[in-house]
Design a protein around this ligand. Structure first.
Ligand code: FAD
Length: 516
């Protein structure tokens, strides 16, 4: 049925407007003079697309920066794994008229079955990168076998919610599992729950723990990371937990039901998110870490201290500049002794000490010192073998540095690019890295990549917090971190994709900040 939605003259070129029609939120967007109508809600976590950014015909969600083509609803960037619906639209009598019918997303077009296509694409790792790679192979029309292998007996799920909503017991809007079982059946993606013990690129085979093999034509390795463990007495007491998988998170939640005091070891993103979530559950939370401010290495002391204040206001107690000497208890954890001699009560310990890339199964290829794998711009390790996600050390587009990051959206982008290259497309990975972290329902967005910097220029209020922090090296902005700056950070992705050499003044102005 056709609905009268909005005055045509009131929707400017490059403008967006969310309207409600027949109980549905629809986004009107004008691109190149033409008005388009697509679903207004991001299928990743329910973000309001109309509050995002429309640029070159692409709408970027203000929340986790998924992006969709305004003309078709097709997704062009993760973390969404589904398209948004597109609605027929026309202009009549000066009004924008929209017909509300659902168009199926792109991936529902099942590729034709060609019985004699005996090629096999093996995807080792059913996480962020692997799941997107499998989906992309089908979306790109590949008709041979797609085998998606992971050791967890679950559908590929959103790992990022574990330290946030699983631990806090609150609800996030993220779609998880990423796709349902019927999706994999419909698209003939063979999900295999198994431990792979070896990948031999020369022989093009995978070996499973049961001794069987799988021969492949092209493979993607996306095995993520193995969490570092505490190397101190008592590290194996019941009640001491790591956090990487849904099983880990569920075990922590199980313990949290009976715990009063939690000690989080490590003040990186995962440790800090876990601290906040367990605090939201009502537990007494202490954080122990050797650095002077949380997230100091990633964001610097000023922004790190803003995080500290946010957590302290909620009652988290920090023991910074401190190291853990031992975990003590009789049959289960009861306390944590610091090297300073301080003893903290603990019924539960969560260690967030970072990961080591899970590449030990790869045969005949040298890893980097940190165990990651060097890939070229097309994410290729060697012929017919690609690597993606947390294990991949890749050239940062526009800068030439080789970097490795642990970002959900980057891993998904890698999965897509690697899959297309497995099909022979020769596509470079040229995105600007982006990740988010959430604390007490507020999100910090981070665009770009800076391991070192000359200065951090902050616009806004670090106390509140509500700010944009520019990480500058050689007078060029390498990264921007934004707290409570949804729209600006969505815009920053597009701007920093265009150019790698923004000065702070230029980028500020482009983002709508005052020029200083
Ligand atoms: P993973 O998603 O870890 O997938 C690896 C897969 O490989 C798994 O399926 C595993 O079972 C499988 N596997 C490994 N070895 C084998 C083997 N030998 N045999 C069989 N299967 C194997 N990033 C953000 O940007 N924002 C966030 O807010 C955020 N929050 C996070 C919260 C938590 C708790 C964690 C742990 C990570 C978070 N991250 C976040 C980081 C993000 O989840 C990772 O960067 C991303 O998952 C990496 O994807 P991947 O595909 O490389 O690896």
């Amino acid at each position: 049925m056709e609905h009268d939605t909005y005055a045509d003259a009131d929707l400017a070129e490059g403008g967006m407007r969310t309207v409600e029609v027949a109980g549905r939120k629809i986004l009107l967007a004008r691109v190149g003079g033409t008005c388009h109508a697509i679903g207004a809600t991001c299928p990743h976590a329910g973000g309001p697309l109309g509050d995002g950014v429309l640029r070159e015909g692409v709408v970027t969600c203000p929340w986790h920066k998924a992006a969709f083509r305004a003309a078709t609803g097709e997704r062009v960037e993760p973390p969404a794994v589904d398209d948004v619906p597109r609605f027929p639209v026309r202009v009549g009598g000066g009004r924008i008229l929209v017909t509300v019918t659902d168009k199926p997303g792109r991936v529902d077009a099942t590729p034709p079955t060609i019985d004699n296509d005996v090629r096999c694409m093996a995807i080792l790792g059913a996480g962020a990168a692997g799941a997107v790679a499998a989906q992309t192979l089908r979306e790109a029309g590949f008709t041979g076998r797609v085998v998606l292998i992971g050791r967890e007996d679950r559908l590929p799920y959103d790992r990022t919610v574990l330290s946030k909503y699983t631990l806090s017991g609150q609800k996030g809007g993220e779609k998880t599992p990423l796709q349902d079982a019927a999706f994999y059946t419909r698209h003939r993606i063979e999900r295999r729950v198994a431990e792979v013990t070896a990948l031999d690129p020369a022989a093009r085979t995978l070996t499973f723990a049961d001794g069987t093999h799988l021969a492949y034509d092209a493979a993607l390795i996306a095995t993520g990371g193995v969490p570092r463990t505490l190397q101190i007495p008592g590290h194996d007491l019941p009640g001491v937990h790591l956090l990487r998988t849904a099983g880990d998170a569920e075990a922590i939640v199980g313990m949290a039901a009976y715990a009063r005091h939690v000690v989080v070891v490590g003040a990186g993103y995962i440790g800090l998110e876990a601290a906040g979530s367990l605090r939201e559950r009502g537990l007494e939370v202490a954080v122990v870490a050797p650095q002077d401010a949380p997230l100091e290495r990633q964001l610097g002391p000023e922004v790190g201290s803003a995080f500290r204040r946010v957590h302290e206001r909620q009652g988290v107690v920090f023991h910074l500049g401190q190291e853990v000497a031992a975990i003590e208890g009789n049959g289960r954890v009861q306390s944590v002794r610091l090297k300073s001699g301080v003893v903290l009560p603990a019924d539960l310990v969560v260690a967030g000490l970072g990961i080591v890339p899970a590449t030990g199964l790869l045969r005949g290829i040298a890893c980097r010192k940190d165990q990651s794998l060097d890939v070229d711009a097309q994410l290729r390790v060697v012929d017919c073998l690609y690597a993606a996600g947390d294990i991949a050390a890749f050239p940062l587009y526009g800068h030439g540095d080789t970097i490795r990051v642990e970002h959900w959206r980057v891993a998904q982008q890698h999965g897509r690019v690697a899959a297309l290259n497995m099909l022979g497309q020769a596509m470079p990975y040229d995105a600007v890295p982006y990740f988010w972290t959430i604390h007490y329902r507020k999100r910090l967005d981070y665009v770009g990549h800076a391991e070192t910097w000359d200065e951090v220029v902050v616009d806004g209020n670090l106390e509140k917090p509500e700010f944009c922090a520019f990480y500058v090296q050689d007078n060029k902005v390498r990264a921007v971190a934004g707290w409570d700056r949804d729209r600006q950070m969505a815009a920053a992705i597009g701007l920093m994709s265009d150019r790698a050499d923004w000065s702070v003044a230029e980028l500020r102005q482009a983002l709508g900040q005052p020029v200083i």
